[in-house]
Design a protein around this ligand. Structure first.
Ligand code: DAK
Length: 265
């Protein structure tokens, strides 16, 4: 069963994944290559929050079209802004809410993933790309810099020198290069990338949702502070799982040589 709700700038769907569902949010402003205006981002955040609240949804996929994941933040919308208007509107506060989504998010990226589009993909937990995907932070070409985390997330993944090159030159880079740089998990032919992202989401949907949530939280924690802080956090989450029914079920099922049935309790 597939249910679809249509927003103005995105579409969403829930697709069956065993006993549960995966949530799919598709960016849908084709006339501007899915440029990310405020209305689209507000809708996307609302859709992600709805999936996050829905106990039956276990993993989320964000995708665009084969031609464009997103060609960046909407330049038309930003063109006449001033420092003060940008600060007062604080649009980034909307983008920031994606950080608070507890369920794993997989970006299925094809075509242009530039500027804010590249940054949106890097806000996700896993990136599956098509062979035609083209990443990049071209903001320098229009007199600005990445504004939605690009200078930080790109650098943490690629290291100083590659991040510096890509940020200062604005050069787009291919899915193949992104794979070599460790920015994407897999590259597939354009007919297959979305299916692969959904298959990975379904695979994750079969795990204990509470273990998945704490695992995501612990991995993300490694970006925040020292190794010791991260290790302490991981240990706390690990111990916490021992008060879940899923831990008992998962371990018992292993010992009884059967498939575990996770309830998220
Ligand atoms: N914004 C608005 N419109 C865009 C757009 C964009 N980023 N990208 C493409 N379009 C529009 C084009 O204007 C064109 O519209 P019409 O002329 O048909 O009305 C239509 O999409 C098709 O584009 P093209 O005709 O240019 O198509 P091509 O195949 O020739 O070229 C391209 C595709 C992706 C190479 C080219 O469109 C391009 O260079 N686009 C701009 C890429 C770019 O510079 N992206 C970075 C934007 S800056 C923030 C959050 C995030 C950000 C900043 C702040 N806060 C919340 C504070 C991020 C900033 C950015 O992303």
């Amino acid at each position: 069963m597939v249910m679809t709700i249509t927003y103005k700038n995105i579409t969403t769907a829930r697709e069956e994944a065993g006993q549960a569902f995966i949530g799919i949010a598709t960016l849908n402003r084709p006339s501007v290559l899915n440029a990310l205006n405020h209305e689209l981002m507000t809708e996307l955040v609302a859709a992600l929050q709805e999936f996050d609240q829905d106990e039956t949804v276990r993993a989320i996929v964000i995708t665009g079209s084969d031609r464009a994941f997103a060609a960046g933040a909407d330049i038309k919308e930003m063109c006449d802004e001033t420092t003060v208007s940008m600060m007062l509107k604080d649009r980034l506060a909307t983008w920031d809410k994606i950080k608070n989504i507890k369920k794993p998010i997989i970006a299925a990226v094809s075509g242009f993933a530039l500027g804010g589009g590249c940054e949106l993909s890097m806000m996700c937990d896993i990136i599956i790309a098509s062979e035609t995907a083209q990443f990049g932070q071209p903001e320098i070409n229009i007199g600005v810099i990445p504004g939605a985390g690009g200078t930080q997330r790109l650098t943490r993944v690629l290291g100083k020198y590659k991040a510096m090159e890509l940020t200062l030159t604005g050069r787009p880079f291919s899915a193949k290069e992104a794979l070599e740089l460790g920015l994407v998990n897999k590259v597939l032919p354009v007919e297959l990338y979305l299916e692969e992202a959904k298959a990975m989401a379904r695979e994750i949907a079969a795990k204990s949702p509470i273990a998945v949530r704490l695992a995501k939280e612990a991995v993300l924690k490694s970006f925040d502070g020292t190794l010791d802080e991260g290790l302490t956090f991981e240990r706390k989450n690990f111990y916490m799982l021992f008060s879940s029914e899923d831990q008992k079920e998962g371990m018992k099922a292993f010992l009884e040589k059967r498939k575990a049935v996770f309830t998220g309790r």
